[in-house]
Design a protein around this ligand. Structure first.
Ligand SMILES: [Zn+2]
Length: 224
């Protein structure tokens, strides 16, 4: 049974190790392996870059971006000068690429990021997980393959288009039937309670802007 702790990245009991240490729900892992085998027939080497992430892991990502240890990017993947931003602007900049702890689809065991390992290695490209690599780079064939075939295996791409919320992430796959259930169990108030219990930087500004953040980034409805 899916419980609320699972949705918020605080219960790992339903996950299995799928491949190379990456964890997913068993059903999602099975579907992924079928898709991977089909892609291999077409000479596309789909491998996982990231799958399940815990609340704590997502919090660490947030902290490293807040502190400036990791550079912030705008929606077009250009560097932002974080020192010039207000707390609210910084939160929006982080949320464009990284979810709030407790609100990442990577908590659910249904979502994963993929790349074309063989093609990247052959290109001797310093892989960065950016859009260009999926549009005019070593993962273009993978991108096209996914557009054509991912849905046959139950996967969709929730961040295929930018609408003012989360930036385009052509590498992000979601096992739609299971993920839709998780999304239905998300709750703004429980998310806030989890954040209050954490030591997330920027908490006051997050609380003040939560209704907007929730619509625009958590539900990714963008700017309506
Ligand atoms: Zn992702």
């Amino acid at each position: 049974m899916i419980n609320q702790a699972h949705i918020f990245g605080k219960d790992e009991s339903l996950l299995v190790e799928c491949q190379n240490g990456f964890r997913l729900l068993p059903k999602v892992c099975g579907a992924f392996k079928k898709m991977q085998a089909a892609a291999a027939q077409d000479n596309v080497d789909i491998q996982i870059v990231s799958s399940y992430r815990s609340f704590e892991r997502q919090l660490k990502i947030w902290q490293s971006k807040w502190s400036g240890k990791v550079t912030l990017l705008d929606v077009n993947e250009n560097t932002i000068d974080a020192t010039a931003l207000s707390d609210q602007e910084k939160i929006i900049a982080i949320l464009t690429w990284s979810a709030l702890p407790g609100a990442s689809r990577h908590h659910w065991g249904t979502d994963l990021d993929v790349y074309d390992k063989k093609s990247v290695e052959q290109s001797q490209h310093d892989f960065k997980l950016v859009c260009k690599e999926y549009e005019q780079g070593p993962c273009t064939e993978l991108n096209n393959w996914l557009s054509e075939h991912a849905s046959q295996f139950g996967f969709n791409r929730p961040y295929a288009e930018y609408n003012g919320g989360i930036a385009r992430e052509p590498w992000h796959l979601s096992f739609q039937a299971s993920a839709d259930k998780m999304l239905g169990l998300l709750d703004e108030q429980v998310l806030l309670d989890n954040l209050r219990k954490s030591d997330i930087p920027g908490l006051d500004s997050i609380i003040a802007n939560m209704p907007d953040i929730y619509q625009r980034f958590v539900l990714n409805r963008g700017l309506i």
